[in-house]
Design a protein. Structure first.
Ligand SMILES: [Fe+2]
Ligand SMILES: [Fe+2]
Length: 287
């Protein structure tokens, strides 16, 4: 597992003062993005912390002096981009690049290969770990899909991701995807999830999740499917390994058995979420 460079991570967010000014949920998301980009490799690392564009932090300059809280707060209104924007809609540095064309009837695998560029390796690592740990096919699939929606939008990614996959996978899989976002913050040693020291170091011992996350936890912990999202967090936590690159082919059979690929292609099946897929396929459409 990659060791967190705390100073570099703070720098990508605009410095210690900026981190202190963030909500805990925003910090957790930023940390996840940082680790994900580190796993994806140098090409993606520039966008790791999703620092406000134009800030010294977005240049990945770990050694520059930290800005004050006031300077960071001022950056919010000088940036054209918000931190919750999806990977495809912004460039880590400079301009965005042209995307390769999609086939007329794109499959999930096409999206993985052509659009899930920044999230795929982290998700593959997570699914790989779930497979090695002997998890069910539904949990392996949930791990494989859990963060992919971050190509479209990052804020509240558990909920967005579950919605995007709802017509194509079982309710158990979407339950696992939706609630992994909240369960990250709650220890469950019995099932192999310890509150990570990483979070303790980053957030301090007085960390308290936002009320909607706490309410979600209270609901999920009593739910008969509690273990589904819990297992995503168990396999997610250690899924940031820079030199591990599982292949998608490893999961082809599980996808085939558990993912209802629409005949018309994802984005063109007239489902309630088709527009989400089209937005990932063609993010350059102006309207
Ligand atoms: Fe996540
Ligand atoms: Fe993740």
């Amino acid at each position: 597992m990659k060791k967190l460079d705390r100073r570099d991570f703070f720098a990508t967010l605009g410095g210690a003062a900026a981190v202190a000014a963030m909500t805990h949920e925003a910090r957790a998301d930023a940390l996840e993005r940082y680790m994900m980009a580190a796993a994806a490799g140098p090409a993606a690392a520039g966008s790791a912390g999703s620092a406000p564009p134009g800030s010294s932090a977005s240049a990945g300059a770990g050694n520059k002096p930290f800005p004050t809280t006031a300077e960071v707060e001022a950056q919010i209104e000088t940036s054209p981009k918000r931190w919750g924007v999806g990977n495809l809609f912004t460039a880590p540095n400079g301009n965005v690049k042209r995307l390769p064309p999609m086939p007329a009837k794109p499959t999930l695998i096409d999206y993985f290969k052509l659009r899930f560029v920044q999230t795929s390796n982290h998700c593959l690592q997570s699914a790989n770990r779930a497979m090695k740990n002997g998890m069910s096919e539904e949990i392996i699939l949930a791990c494989l899909l859990h963060d992919t929606v971050q190509e479209l939008i990052k804020v509240d990614h558990g909920w967005w991701s579950a919605q995007m996959y709802e017509p194509y996978v079982s309710p158990k899989v979407t339950f696992a995807i939706r609630y992994h976002q909240a369960l990250r913050f709650y220890e469950d040693k019995e099932h192999g999830y310890e509150y990570p020291d990483l979070y303790r170091r980053m957030y301090g011992s007085d960390y308290k999740p936002e009320p909607y996350i706490e309410q979600t936890w209270q609901m999920v912990r009593k739910h008969k499917w509690y273990l589904e999202p819990r297992m995503v967090t168990v396999n997610d936590l250690y899924a940031f390994e820079p030199n591990v690159h599982p292949t998608l082919e490893q999961f082809t059979d599980i996808i085939g058995r558990n993912f209802k690929q629409p005949r018309e292609g994802l984005g063109f099946d007239n489902s309630s979420v088709a527009h989400m897929w089209r937005s990932i396929a063609t993010p350059d459409h102006p309207l």
